[in-house]
Design a protein around this ligand. Structure first.
Ligand code: IMP
Ligand code: MG
Length: 177
């Protein structure tokens, strides 16, 4: 299926599953080299990154651990500013080598919140692995260390990414028409 409809919007095929898996494996190979004997802890940002994390993790040959986190947004009581709070950390992160696993880095607001929150746990090091990066949009200072695929500034779905909760189950990535 090259064209699909999700709710009110049309999408066309953009990146096929076999191409995604090749790129994911390339990231895994780099991490296998960079993190040999470092026992990294992967922190997977839910919901979108679950599929990427699963395929990535299967290609890792080093000793490593995985855990799943979420940034919950809630409106601060005193201001209208959205406060992001990190939930799901059960491990002691102090002194650990952390790799944050994201589905997509767009504006970078999410990853910025994540990095700020993680600092409080005093890890030894935090790096970022993302399936997708929109370089035209990203304007934050944090280096995005591992990028499987760079894409233009289009809205995409599939392989974990959703439109209004739907389409996360698609093995291929589609872009909006
Ligand atoms: P950022 O905070 O602007 O970098 O956006 C990060 C989050 O927005 C991602 O983790 C996704 O959940 C969502 N997002 C950004 N771009 C897209 C897209 O093209 N399709 C689906 N979700 C997206
Ligand atoms: Mg996300």
């Amino acid at each position: 299926m090259d064209n699909i409809k999700v709710k009110d919007k049309e999408f066309s095929i953009f990146i096929k599953s076999n191409e995604i898996l090749i790129r994911v494996e390339q990231v895994a190979q780099r991490i296998n080299i960079d993190y040999k004997d470092k026992n990294p802890l992967f922190l997977v940002v839910l919901n979108g990154a679950f599929m990427f994390a699963s395929d990535l993790f299967k290609k890792l040959t080093i000793d490593c651990e995985i855990s799943f986190v979420k940034l919950s947004s809630y409106s601060g009581t005193a201001t209208t500013e959205i406060v992001k709070h990190l939930i799901g950390i059960n491990e002691d992160l102090k002194g650990r080598n952390i790799i944050v696993v994201e589905d997509i880095v767009d504006t970078g607001i999410t990853i910025e919140h994540m990095m700020e929150e993680l600092k409080k746990y005093e890890p030894a090091d935090v790096k970022i692995a993302t399936l997708l990066l929109k370089p035209e949009k990203y304007d934050k200072g944090y280096a995005i260390d591992y990028v499987a695929i760079e894409i233009p500034n289009d809205f995409i779905i599939g392989y974990g990414l959703d439109y209004d909760g739907f389409a996360r189950n698609l093995p291929d990535i589609y872009k909006i028409v």
